[in-house]
Design a protein around this ligand. Structure first.
Ligand code: ITT
Length: 204
C-alpha cells in the first residue's frame, strides 16, 4: 500500500503527534506533509472508538488531498475511571487544549472515586487510507501508572503524569528515543511497518 518515494499526508493538527510520527518515519523513504501544511480541514471526531476516529480522519485527508493519508487517534484510558478520558482525551483539555487542565481533571476525578488505583494505559490507533476510501488500522498500547503532580516538559499532552511500567520517569521526563522504544504510537507504527512492508531508506 505504501512504497518508497510516496508522499503521505499526515492527517493531524496536533504538533506533538506531527513531531513524534515524523521521528518514527524518519528512516523510511517516504515524504510526509502534514494536514496543517496542506490546509486540510479538521473533520469532526464522531467515532465511538480510537480506530473509527482514526479511519475517519485518514479518509477525510486522503479524499481531500488525493494522496495516501496517515491519521492517529490516541488517548489516555484510566482504569479507575472506566477507561476515561479515552477518545475524549483531547476534549478534557478544554477549548484551548491546555493539558494542565486535562491532567488536573484526571487527578480530581480520581480523588472523587476515592480509589488508590492509579493504573492507566495510552492507546494509539493509526489508520492508513487511500483516496479511493480503502483503510487499514494498526493499534498499540503501553501500560503504566499515573503520578501527580505532572513532571517533565519533553513530551506533550498527558505525558507528564504517565509513568510506564518498569520505569520511574514520566514520559514527559524521557528523551524521545526512550519514549519511542515502548510507546503506544511506536507499537502501532511497528505493526503498520510489518503489514505494509515499508522499507527503510538504506534497504531500498
Ligand atoms: P488530531 O485529531 O488532529 O490528530 P488531537 O489532539 O485532537 O489531534 P486526538 O483526538 O487523537 O488528537 O486526541 C488525543 C489526545 O490524547 C491528544 O490531544 C493528547 O493529549 C493525548 N495523547 C495521545 N497520545 C499521547 C502521547 O503520546 N502522550 C501524551 N498524550 C497523548
Amino acid at each position: 500500500m505504501v512504497s518508497a518515494g510516496d508522499i503521505i499526508v499526515l492527517a493531524t493538527h496536533n504538533v506533538g503527534k506531527v513531531r513524534e510520527i515524523g521521528q518514527l518515519l524518519a528512516t523510511y523513504r517516504i515524504i510526509v506533509k502534514s494536514a496543517g501544511e496542506l490546509g486540510l480541514p479538521e473533520p469532526e471526531e464522531t467515532g465511538a472508538t480510537f480506530a473509527e476516529n482514526a479511519v475517519l480522519k485518514a479518509r477525510a485527508a486522503a479524499q481531500a488531498s488525493g494522496r495516501m493519508a496517515l491519521a492517529d487517534d490516541s488517548g489516555l484510558a484510566v482504569a479507575a475511571l472506566d477507561g476515561a478520558p479515552g477518545i475524549y482525551s483531547a476534549r478534557w483539555a478544554g477549548p484551548d487544549k491546555d493539558f494542565l487542565i486535562g491532567m488536573a481533571r484526571v487527578e480530581r476525578e480520581l480523588k472523587n472515586r476515592k480509589t488508590t488505583d492509579r493504573s492507566a494505559k495510552f492507546v494509539c490507533a493509526l489508520a492508513l487510507a487511500s483516496p479511493d476510501g480503502r483503510a487499514e488500522v494498526f493499534e498499540g498500547e503501553v501500560r503504566g501508572t499515573l503520578e501527580f503532580p505532572p513532571r517533565g516538559d519533553k513530551g506533550f499532552g498527558y505525558d507528564p503524569i504517565f509513568v510506564p511500567d518498569a520505569f520511574t520517569q514520566t514520559f514527559g521526563e524521557m528523551e524521545p528515543a526512550q519514549k519511542h522504544s515502548m510507546s503506544h504510537r511506536a507499537r502501532a507504527f511497528e505493526r503498520l511497518v510489518a503489514a505494509t512492508g515499508l522499507a527503510r531508506g538504506s534497504d531500498c
